[in-house]
Design a protein around this ligand. Structure first.
Ligand code: PHE
Length: 344
């Protein structure tokens, strides 16, 4: 593997490779940017096919975190970690505690928390080794409800722009993925009277989801191409690519997954096709906003209200895109880069 030649290095400030043999831990921690209050971002546990895929993922995800936090007005840079392994079979408290020891060693501060493959409960073991962890049970808790709520708020802002009003009543939303964020999103959509299509590579998860929120199950390889007002990618990244974009039949894309565009240029392709793409790191910032409100005077309702502000952030992004004559993803990048530059 050509670590130092990875094309995903974009002025990252720190990358650690962790190998703790006793705990069976192999992980990578990447800090893209150190902000005024350190860096933050979740812990992903995934069975990567090889080390190069894991490195690519952690570099891309940590960079997206910098943009996410900057645009959400949180004075922290982006970080991310990936743990090699199957979250169902390889995860245990000793491994998570060993990971916490690695987090504790990172300087300046890296604050971690739950992400794909890790839960709020998992953070208890991490906490034994470091205070730099958020999303703990009894503190800010699971990040998924906040992420789902933020995606819902972003969807309403996008509907106001592209569908002639911000009500989602009677709108069709195609949801890719039936995980925790998708479920949180779906409860809001359901109360507003939207109709939903759902797909997941785990057929049982899709069926349970559909039953719970009243959605129709679609095969995983067809969900992106359903005729729908809104497509909500809530699984993994890279799904908007040269193959999928020409086949889309939606007006808006707004979901919880990170790094939805396979390559940056595809934002322009969507713009040309008149599909309103809500930049993923704007729509899915809810978990990060909620988790970073942690502290002695944490108040869930106030943190959720803060998450709701994603609506206004989306409106500002769409306005900037219009003013600059560019796509929303480019506009959001510019706005985030201005914030980061202001940190000096
Ligand atoms: N995993 C989520 C994200 O990366 C939430 C999170 C943010 C967790 C920051 C911890 C710290 O956006």
């Amino acid at each position: 593997m050509t670590v130092f030649d990875s094309p995903e290095f974009r002025s990252h400030q720190h990358v650690s490779f962790i190998h703790d043999e006793g705990a069976g831990l192999r992980a990578i921690i990447a800090i893209h940017k150190n902000g005024p209050q350190g860096a933050a971002g979740g812990i992903r546990m995934w069975s990567y096919a090889n080390e190069e895929d894991a490195l690519t993922d952690v570099l891309r995800l940590s960079r997206a975190m910098s943009y996410k936090l900057a645009l959400a007005g949180i004075p922290m840079g982006g970080g991310k970690s990936v743990i090699f392994g199957n979250a169902r079979t390889d995860k245990n408290p000793a491994l998570l505690e060993a990971f916490g020891r690695a987090v504790e060693r990172i300087r300046p501060r890296y604050v971690c928390g739950p992400d794909v493959g890790t839960t709020s409960e998992d953070m208890v073991a991490v906490r034994r080794a470091t205070r730099n962890v958020r999303g703990l049970p009894g503190e800010t808790g699971d990040t998924s409800p906040a992420t789902g709520f933020g995606v819902y708020r972003a969807m309403k802002a996008a509907a106001a722009n592209a569908l002639g009003g911000d009500s989602l009543e009677g709108r069709t939303v195609a949801i890719q993925g039936a995980g925790a964020v998708a479920r949180a999103l779906a409860t809001h959509l359901r109360s507003e009277g939207a109709s939903m299509l759902v797909a997941d590579i785990d057929a049982e998860a899709a069926a349970a989801f559909a039953e719970r929120v009243g959605a129709t199950v679609v095969p995983p390889d067809q969900i992106l191409f359903q005729e729908a007002d809104i497509l909500a990618p809530c699984a993994l990244g890279g799904i908007l690519n040269d193959d999928s974009i020409p086949r889309l039949r939606c007006r808006v894309i707004c979901g919880g997954a990170n790094n939805q565009l396979a390559e940056a240029r595809q934002g322009e392709a969507l713009h040309t096709r008149n599909v309103l793409f809500v930049p993923d790191y704007v729509a899915n910032a809810g978990g990060a906003i909620h988790a970073t409100q942690a502290g002695p005077d944490f108040d869930d309702a106030r943190a959720m209200a803060e998450v709701g502000g994603i609506y206004e952030t989306c409106r500002r992004v769409f306005e900037r895109a219009e003013r600059d004559g560019t796509s929303p993803d480019v506009a959001a990048d510019r706005m985030a880069e201005e914030v980061i530059a202001s940190w000096g």
